[in-house]
Design a protein around this ligand. Structure first.
Ligand code: FAS
Ligand code: PHB
Length: 386
């Protein structure tokens, strides 16, 4: 098979890139290890930056998001039972869009199929030749091969793309946090119309949502804990304990329809390109989900790579291609910093000293009382410019 861009991974990064390229008449093929149903079954991000909303519009897949998504202009922070609101409009004219990653991915799959896009599912044995360039793989044991001009490695943290960059070329930066997030999805009305990020002696909690009848909640948990250790009742009781009384009392509980524990880590691979291979999204970097930057930083990578490829094919200009890694990493590191900062501020660290706890409370008190500190949080949360 021949194509202009071979894309490894059919998650949001790979699908968004494929659809954007299609709109500009650039051919691609998406190679996905799982089935579409499996990809859509993973419950992940819930908050989209304006940049990703704009990319969805540019890709022609924004209609359902515009109808069913919820623009949010602020978020609630709750500290030891007292809450205050961060008003995004005080510092920026950009809202965030509450619309699940599952729905983004569903819309992108529908658009690729409507356009006759080539997506191969259940691919195995992927081997990348970043200098050919070409990709060989098998489907049902049958060997296949794609000749291409460029390869986009959109295959997530556990994919093969990053590992294709030789170890003596690759530099990896990592921080593993001593806790995880236990998340549930429940068919209950959200406890509040805006997200609540809560911290207290008992630890971190987050109240989010997907729509008026579908709520997403998280509580910080030890990495030694397993999902089966947590009954729904135990989860609801602990969540209530970590929320201000007015929200805990308003909480509508119900059976979980999804329950999982996600580990928290910060990770960056440099460079994000090697030969004709370009890494996008979780293949190149991971953030703790506190700042809602995972999916959104994948989107900015896609923005940079899509525009670099468009300039190459339309203008013969390879500046974007040559500078992709440097350009993408400049924004990746700022998203890493914000995610690390917000995670460090809002979580109880098992080994933290009494002094560390005082520093957290002093910074939270400064945040509560300083419009400038709130503005700094807001402009990072809604998304720094591409
Ligand atoms: P993805 O991992 O989504 O997609 C990669 C795709 O590549 C997958 O479909 C995989 O099957 C495929 N693949 C892997 N290896 C392959 C191979 N060898 N060959 C072919 N295909 C291969 N972000 C937030 O902003 N907020 C959150 O709350 C949040 N929660 C998360 C919870 C969990 C458990 C995880 C793991 C991540 C979470 N994230 C969150 C981050 C998440 O949203 C990612 O940023 C987002 O999925 C990135 O998209 P992709 O880069 O497309 O990677
Ligand atoms: C979610 O709705 O899943 C979500 C929202 C905000 C975050 C993390 C996760 O910071």
């Amino acid at each position: 098979m021949k194509t202009q861009v071979a894309i490894i991974g059919g998650g949001p990064s790979g699908l968004l890139l494929s659809q954007l390229l299609h709109v500009r008449g650039i051919t691609s093929v998406v190679l996905e290890r799982r089935t579409q149903a499996y990809v859509l079954s993973r419950i992940r991000a819930g908050v989209l930056e304006q940049g990703l909303v704009d990319l969805m519009r540019e890709a022609g897949v924004a209609d359902r998001m515009e109808r069913e998504g919820y623009p949010h202009t602020g978020t609630i922070l709750a500290v030891d039972g007292e809450s205050f609101r961060i008003d995004f409009t005080q510092a920026t004219d950009k809202p965030v869009m509450v619309y699940g990653q599952t729905e983004v991915t569903r819309d992108l799959y529908a658009a690729r199929e409507a356009a006759g896009g080539r997506i191969e599912y259940e691919v195995e044995d992927v081997v990348i030749d970043a200098h050919g360039p070409s990709v060989s793989y098998t489907v049902g044991g049958e060997p296949r091969r794609v000749e291409c001009d460029f390869i986009a490695g959109c295959d997530g943290f556990h994919g093969v793309s990053r590992k294709t960059i030789p170890e003596d070329v690759r530099q990896e930066f990592e921080k593993v946090y001593p806790f995880g997030w236990l998340g549930i999805l429940s068919e209950t009305p959200p406890v509040n119309h805006e997200l609540i990020y809560a911290t207290s002696e008992a630890g971190f909690a987050l109240c989010s949502m997907r729509n008026e009848t579908l709520s997403r909640y998280y509580i910080q948990c030890d990495m030694s804990e397993r999902v089966e250790d947590w009954s729904d009742d135990a989860f609801w009781a602990e969540l209530k304990r970590r929320l201000p009384k007015e929200h805990g009392d308003a909480l509508v509980t119900g059976p979980s329809i999804e329950k999982s524990i996600a580990p928290l880590r910060s990770f960056v691979c440099e460079p994000m390109q090697w030969g004709k291979l370009f890494l996008c999204g979780d293949a190149a970097h991971i953030v703790p989900p506190t700042g809602a930057k995972g999916l959104n930083t994948a989107a900015s990578d896609v923005h940079y790579l899509y525009n670099a490829l468009r300039r190459f094919y339309e203008d013969g200009d390879s500046a974007g291609i040559d500078g992709y890694s440097e350009t993408a990493l400049a924004r990746v590191w700022k998203a890493e910093r914000f995610s690390w900062w917000f995670t460090s501020l809002m979580h109880r660290f098992p080994d933290q000293s009494r002094f560390d706890a005082k520093m957290q409370r002093a910074e939270l008190d400064f945040l509560r009382t300083s419009p400038e500190a709130q503005a700094a949080l807001a402009i990072n949360y809604v998304g720094l410019p591409y």
